[in-house]
Design a protein around this ligand. Structure first.
Ligand SMILES: NC(=O)CCC(=O)C(=O)O
Length: 258
């Protein structure tokens, strides 16, 4: 499975500019003929949380129309990062996944809201897992702060997920946590980790970039630098099965004791 990660500088509170940028970047990424493209967290609005009632996508209508059309046009799976989704019962930080035909195959709302960036003041947490399938491979989608919760990640891999797709807006001062947490999640779950962060800054944070792909042995397959870029790497899914049979962590678990 060949993956392109679009690490870009999100225009603060400007969905129009971000839709245009994403469309152009997906066009560029599609030239590498990936099987899947992933975008960062809250890429339509950035963290302009105070204006979300005005700028969040009403029930993801605009995003769904654009991303479904692009997935179909390029015949590529798209993990469409996450976007602020507005419904009558509140705003969620919601990841959408489209298959090559443009059908919605994954829909996950961020479960753990990050207080340090005020998410709990403006967003409603999700209530359900982020499992989906891409070209027959079981996958899971998670959003940024979720990677600090190994038990939540395990809840997905215990149900068979072999690739974790993570969309993020992770700030630079915690770059070392970003890398260490992602490598740990890959090793302990013996799965691929595909993590797409944003570049640039907003009024409150400078972001770390360093999107990366990690294999189930914890080795880095490819990693971006801090600036905007499109990173492309290959997953060898046989490795997941090989490593899971070599060190059978999943069958050696003692869940009755923890
Ligand atoms: N957008 C986020 O969830 C950021 C999470 C983060 O920075 C962390 O340290 O955790």
């Amino acid at each position: 499975m060949r993956i392109s990660l679009i690490q870009f500088d999100i225009a603060f509170g400007n969905p129009g500019a971000n839709y245009a940028a994403a469309q152009q970047l997906i066009h560029q990424a599609a030239a590498d003929k990936p099987d899947c493209i992933i975008l960062p967290e809250l890429w339509t609005t950035g963290y302009d949380l105070q204006r979300l009632t005005e700028i969040a996508d009403p029930d993801v209508r605009d995003t769904q129309l654009l991303m479904s059309g692009l997935a179909k046009q390029y015949g590529v799976n798209i993990v469409a990062g996450s976007i602020a989704s507005r419904r009558s019962d509140g705003i969620t930080n919601r990841m959408l996944v489209f298959d090559r035909q443009g059908s919605l195959v994954g829909d996950y709302s961020k479960l753990h809201l990050f207080r340090l960036m005020d998410e709990h003041l403006y967003l409603q947490p999700g209530e359900a897992k982020g499992l989906f399938t891409i070209d027959g491979t079981p996958c899971a989608g998670l959003i940024c702060y979720d990677i600090r919760f190994p038990e939540w990640v395990r809840a997905h891999t215990a149900l068979g997920a072999e690739v974790l797709f993570i969309s993020a807006e992770w700030p630079l001062p915690r770059l070392s946590h970003w890398r260490a947490l992602l490598i740990s999640r890959a090793i302990e779950n013996q799965c691929y980790v595909v993590a797409c962060n944003r570049s640039g800054s907003d009024p409150s944070n400078v972001f770390a970039g360093h999107s990366l792909i990690i294999d189930p042995w914890g080795e880095i397959v490819c990693e971006a630098a801090e600036g905007s870029s499109i990173l492309c790497g290959e997953l060898d899914l046989k490795q997941v099965r090989q490593i899971r049979s070599q060190i059978p962590v999943f069958s050696d678990r003692r869940p009755e004791l923890y």
